[in-house]
Design a binder for this molecule. Sequence first.
Ligand SMILES: [Zn+2]
Length: 271
Amino acid sequence: MPELPEVETTLNGITPLLTGKTIKAINIYQKQLRWPIPSTIKKKLTGTKVQHCRRRAKYLILETTGGSLIIHLGMSGSLHIIKSSIPAQKHDHFEMVLTNNQCLRLRDPRRFGAVLWGGNSPESHKLLKDLGPEPLDKDLPADHLYVVTRKRKRNIRDTLLDGHLIAGVGNIYANEALFLAGIRPTREAGSLSKPACRRLLVAIQQVLTAAIKAGGTTLKDFQSPTGNPGYFKQSLQVYGRELGACTSCGQPIKAKMVGSRRCFYCTKCQR
Ligand SMILES: [Zn+2]
């Protein structure tokens, strides 16, 4: 599943190929994604120029002279920039054709992704307006997680996934960061000490930064119609490693269902 680093890698891949380009046409092959793609975007975007591409949490925002488009990759989405003469394939649902005859194409086999209209203020879209601060924001206070988790009874893993206290941390990196910080995912968020919260924020920033760096090597795949950009193999320490040896103490990693998602942790190293 594309998480924040994959979305950042996607952003880095598409930005130089889209910025300053004029949109010739919008083609929607399958509008039923997680939410229907609004057909009005054809009229709104045709003839406009892409000015700026950015990321907010796991959303990509493409700002054009006519308004902005919000794209989410869902569970299985990927974006490609290829020649528009290459025919769309089965799971290609949306494309933005440029006047240079390249196109941005969204492939999404499971169709949990989204293409939405963000108008002139995408940040105030209902999906974005309540998001917490960006974890990699350099101005984020060291005690941010401590301050926002006080009196929270929910477990810390779900608190991170929620997105309202800190944005864009998915299950893979929440588990990895909790391991690095030595905190058990099932701990009540409000019970974490100030030093533990500080360690956790640093750990989140470390795992995300390392993954973004690893993703940089896959950028060439953005111009391949068959490549799978951004879905690089991360070196994960706990996620998906049930019964594997803990990289720190050698004990088997435990997996446990918490809510609807699995947690992975070391019962000895994480308290
Ligand atoms: Zn361990």
